[in-house]
Each structure stands twice: as structure tokens, then as C-alpha cells.
Design a protein around this ligand. Structure first.
Ligand code: B1M
Length: 233
């Protein structure tokens, strides 16, 4: 950021100063600083999920607001996203290594026309951490990608992510195709992404809208418990 930050020693900042600095560094797309600060917080016994939400996700909120207001542009936001991903890469093995028994299988991807993947990656990480096998289809997925992967992997859950108001209607295309093929009831369909809400989830016929990654995990676990109860009964 400003010149006075050049001499800043991250490890000398207290927790509050360091998270504030991380928000600034994310904003400025400073990948190395984000990596260092993530490691410092972990070294201070912060839980990986706390680092993720309080330091990284909260920092991206500011980036999003200024992007919306025309203060930041695509190249800067891409750099911020890359810095965020560098922090997430450190946290991923820590969030995933739970040794939890396999709970179920989820196929997840960002829908056709949409290349945002940070939120989807976060959901994947947290689901893996909760014991789900996750098949991540990446970005820009047409309906066939979801349905082929779900059949091939014998998935329990199909997860879809959309960050644009122009791409979120595509989720209904996927669900309508499932209905037309008579396979809608074979899978739970969970949807998420910043522009969605509960009503939208209901309107398109999803099983649930998930506000964030933690809600996605809880919802998926709930559905799997119900499925096992039905099978057992
Ligand atoms: Co884009 N972008 N972007 N962008 N971008 C938004 C979404 C926008 C809201 C920014 C703004 O104006 N404030 C706006 C959309 C406006 C709208 O549709 N109403 C926007 C725009 C307009 C665009 C472009 C069109 C810009 C342009 O080219 N002129 C373009 C579109 C490209 C395309 O997709 N075709 C574009 C491009 C980009 C970048 C490439 C620069 C970059 C993406 C990099 C990447 O993902 N690899 C980018 C970014 C980073 C953003 C913002 C700033 C941040 C998104 C993010 O990563 N958030 C975003 C602003 C915002 O969202 N407020 C914005 C952090 C992440 C952790 O949150 O993704 O919401 P989120 O995920 C959460 C929950 O939503 C939920 O859990 C996650 C974790 O808690 N969740 C799920 C998400 N998916 C889920 C799936 C589930 C469950 C829960 O399945 C079960």
C-alpha cells in the first residue's frame, strides 16, 4: 500500500493489526504478504477456519465493494483473487485433514458462463474437511458436465455455484434437465453464490440454498443423515 508499509514487520503486529493489514494486502494483491501473514496467524494457534473467514473472506468483501463501485477493476481484482488463493492453498490441507470417515460424494462446479471459483473452492475444501469426497468440475460448466460426473461418481449431491445475476438462471436449466431425464430424485441439489438467496433456491427447485461454505457442509450432512435414515428404515 503506502510507502510507510515498506518497513512493516508483519510478525510484530498484534492479531487485530495483522488481520487489518491482511485486508489491505489482499486489496493490493500482495500474495507473498498474504502467505506470510496466514502462516503467522496459524503459528499463533488461530484455527484454520478462523484465518479463512476473518482474515481472507472478510478482506475479499472490501475488494468486492470497491469493484462494484468502480474503484477497482478486473486486473486488480484478479490479483486480489490470486493472493486469496495463495492463502487458501496453505489452509486447504489443514481444513481437509480431519480423518473423518467418508460421509458421501458431491460433484460441484461453477455454472456455464461463470468463471468465479473462489467460493466454490472454499465449499469444496470445507466439504472435504467434513469427510465428503468432492469431485470439483471447475468453472463454466454446461449441464452435461454435472450430470455425467454425478452418474459416473455415483454422487449423492450436486452443488452449483454462480456469482453473476446473468449466470444464476442456468442452475434452473440443470435442474429442469434432471427433471426431464427422470433423475431429479437421485441427487440432492445444493446451490450457492453471492447473488442467490433462499427464495431463488426454492423457485428453481433446488433442495437448498447455502449462504456460505459452513452452511453447505451442515446442509449436506443433514441430507446425508436423512438419506441413511430412509435407507435404514
Ligand atoms: Co467478478 N463480479 N466479475 N470477478 N467478482 C462479482 C461477482 C460482482 C458482484 C462484483 C461487483 O460488482 N460488486 C459482479 C457481479 C454483479 C452481478 O452479477 N450482479 C462481478 C462482475 C460484474 C464480474 C465481471 C462481469 C466483470 C467484467 O468482466 N466486467 C467478470 C465476469 C467473468 C465471468 O464469470 N464470466 C468478473 C470477473 C472477476 C474476476 C475474474 C476478476 C474475479 C474472479 C476470480 C476467481 O474467482 N478466480 C472476480 C471476483 C474476485 C469477484 C468478487 C470481487 C469476489 C468474489 C469472491 O471470490 N468472493 C465479486 C464481488 C462479491 O461477490 N461481492 C465479484 C469471495 C468468496 C469466498 O465468496 O464467491 O460469494 P463467494 O462464495 C461464498 C458464498 O457465496 C457461498 O460460499 C462461499 C464461501 O463462504 N457459495 C456457495 C459460493 N458458491 C457456492 C456453492 C455452493 C454452496 C455455497 O454449492 C453447494
Amino acid at each position: 500500500m503506502a510507502d510507510e508499509d515498506d518497513d512493516l514487520i508483519l510478525s510484530e503486529l498484534d492479531d487485530e493489526e495483522l488481520t487489518a493489514q491482511m485486508h489491505d494486502d489482499l486489496y493490493d494483491g500482495l500474495k507473498d504478504e498474504i502467505v506470510d501473514a496466514t502462516n503467522i496467524l496459524l503459528g499463533r494457534d488461530w484455527a484454520p477456519y478462523r484465518v479463512l473467514t476473518e482474515a481472507l473472506v472478510a478482506g475479499m468483501k472490501v475488494v468486492g465493494d470497491d469493484f462494484r463501485d468502480g474503484i477497482l477493476f478486473v486486473p486488480e481484482v484478479l490479483q486480489a483473487a490470486n493472493a486469496m488463493k495463495a492463502g487458501m492453498a496453505i489452509l486447504k490441507p489443514l481444513l481437509v485433514e480431519t480423518g473423518a470417515p467418508k460421509v458421501g460424494t458431491m460433484v460441484i462446479g461453477t455454472v456455464k458462463g461463470d468463471i468465479h471459483d473462489i467460493g466454490k473452492n472454499l465449499v469444496s475444501m470445507m466439504m472435504e474437511g467434513a469427510g465428503f469426497e468432492v469431485v470439483d468440475l471447475g468453472i463454466n460448466n454446461p449441464v452435461e458436465n454435472y450430470l455425467e460426473a454425478a452418474a459416473r461418481e455415483e454422487a449423492d449431491i450436486i452443488g452449483m455455484s454462480a456469482l453473476l445475476t446473468t449466470t444464476m438462471p442456468y442452475m434452473k436449466v440443470v435442474i429442469d434437465t434432471m427433471v426431464a431425464q427422470g433423475i431429479r430424485e437421485n441427487y440432492f441439489v445444493l446451490v450457492g453464490g453471492a447473488p442467490l438467496n433462499e427464495e431463488f433456491g426454492k423457485a428453481i427447485g433446488a433442495d437448498a440454498y447455502c449462504r456460505d461454505a459452513a452452511v453447505a457442509v451442515e446442509t449436506a450432512k443433514d441430507f446425508m443423515a436423512r438419506k441413511h435414515n430412509v435407507l435404514a428404515g
